[in-house]
Ligand binder design. Structure first.
Ligand code: SF4
Length: 165
């Protein structure tokens, strides 16, 4: 019987060519350290909500009290509800004990995404909508942003938390 726990990982970090520009963002540390220890579930939320590869960039924008996920072309299309809906469905369909998400992404990024205020000023303090929804629904789920996997202490702490979850 398979006793491995499952973790979800942004698909681009595993080498899938799913980024907006058709590229991947393979992370060898993740692949070396985690692929044999856990069942890996590759997920690209932007592809899962129906966006193509390649595709136009999407961005986080503050609108009143809300953060919205918007396309950058014309007409501007709001993707926030679709992304929240997909994150809900993903958690219902997968029993995961942790998640590693690509940093800076307006969907996957945990804390360093570009976010624009209503005057068009940008700050790098946004959280991607997929990541934010998962945090809201499962606040105790171990989560690691991809730029931290190079720090052994962060990666080891994440692995420990996954085993304990
Ligand atoms: S960061 Fe997330 S949404 Fe963007 S390409 Fe990677 S998996 Fe897909």
């Amino acid at each position: 019987m398979d006793q491995k726990k499952s973790i979800a990982i942004s698909a681009c970090l595993l080498g899938y060519k799913v980024r907006y520009d058709g590229a991947q963002q393979r992370n060898d540390i993740i692949i070396k350290q985690l692929v044999d220890r856990f069942n890996i579930i590759a997920v690209c939320p932007e592809v899962e909500i129906g966006l193509s590869v390649p595709r136009e960039k999407i961005e986080l924008h503050q609108r009143g009290m809300e953060i919205q996920l918007l396309t950058t072309g014309q007409p501007v299309i709001g993707l926030t509800e679709k992304m929240i809906g997909y994150a809900n469905t993903f958690l219902k369909n997968h029993q995961i004990s942790g998640v590693i998400l690509k940093d800076k992404s307006p969907s996957c990024g945990v804390e360093n995404c570009k976010q624009y205020d209503e005057s068009g000023n940008m700050q790098r303090n946004g959280t991607g909508i997929f990541a934010a929804t998962i945090m809201q629904l499962k606040p105790d789920l171990p989560m690691l942003q991809s730029n931290l996997v190079t720090q052994p202490s962060d990666l080891n702490r994440f692995i420990q938390k996954v085993h304990e979850y």
